[in-house]
Ligand binder design. Sequence first.
Ligand code: IMP
Length: 428
Amino acid sequence: MPATVLVGTQWGDEGKGKVTDLVSGDFDCVCRYQGGANAGHTVVANGHKLALHQIPSGVMYPGALSVIGNGCIVDPSVMLEELDTLQGQGITCEGLRVSGNAHIVMPYHKDLDGAHEKHLGKNLIGTTKRGVGPCYMDKMNRTGLRVQDMLDEKIFRQKLEAALAYTNPILEKVYELPTYTVEQICETFLPYAERIKPYIVESSKLLNELLAERKNILFEGAQATMLDIDHGTYPFVTSSNCTAGGAVTGSGVGPTNIQRVLGVAKAYLTRVGSGPFPTELSEEDGVGKFLLEKGHEYGVTTGRKRRCGWYDAVVVNYAARVNGLTDLAITKLDVLGGLDTIKICTAYECDGVEYTTVPEHQSVFYHAKPKFIEVPGWKEDISGCRNFYDLPREAKDYIDLIEQLSGVRVSLIAVGPDREQTINRHWD
Ligand code: IMP
């Protein structure tokens, strides 16, 4: 099992961190391939809960390498702050590696992110304001600075000068924001560079060497399928390829190395930020409130309340297609316990037409009305179940239905936040 990709199948926050934690023991290396400090995962270090955004959760596993791949963007201030916190808890982070080709999030990227959201008014995307969109814009525009540029002060200054010549007029004239000087940024970034240098590697070379030694790599996706820049609900998406294909371009490993694609889906659905969400329940709705509270659906990065809704089989089925899923992990099944009945969306209706897959046209998706089937719920607390056959019949039927509707086997089921609160059906 040399390479496995782990990917979110919905709009993020599916509990990928818990699933990574569960399966990572089988891997010699965990590599993130896209995104930046917009991701958020909670890890427990020496009994303390820590929220990580930039550093992959792989640093928690002694002996494993934890790689920030070339497809990621790196905010040095966040990375170093997290490094200090982890090291303060006795986590050495000696397995941490950063690709020299990853792009750097600069202070002006964060300014531009916030200003652009303001400019969009009621049409705002609801970004995490971590500078993600503007940083990837500079990457594509070829005006970005990369982690490797920090290795040489002269180059860093030259590239920064060129970047500011382009960015300062935008800050000033478009958004009426303060501009930056090279000196100002160098003052904070050159000391950052000194601290980051020891972690910089040629990550594609490193990952391929590991594969040649028959080592196992887990490619950990951040955000999720429906937030993918190409396959998600554009423009209400993040600015990178979260889907499994991103693991290839975002790491420099060939697609033929990937043997498994594990999709993570919550047993219901949540979304933060704006954009269409056909199965959304209002907060006034009793079930919407129930899911928000029982599922503790508040963002790790921004603390925002997540929008909650019923499980959407059309979305997960679409995720199975665009990622080539081989397995599914269903999380938070325990949260549904106590409901009389549970709904699953199996199709949408728009202008009298039925859609059984996510419609490509955004206005169709926007106006899509969910078609539900309703199945019996269960009252038992399932958080102590460790075997599929221990689950109440209704919970087993719910999982079987998810499997049937997605065409993908459900290999792992999470019934609580702790590592042990898991049912392993097929994962080996
Ligand atoms: P950005 O990635 O900060 O540009 O935000 C773009 C969209 O992706 C917004 O709707 C965010 O709420 C969403 N988003 C970004 N990161 C995450 C995440 O880790 N979980 C869930 N949604 C996210």
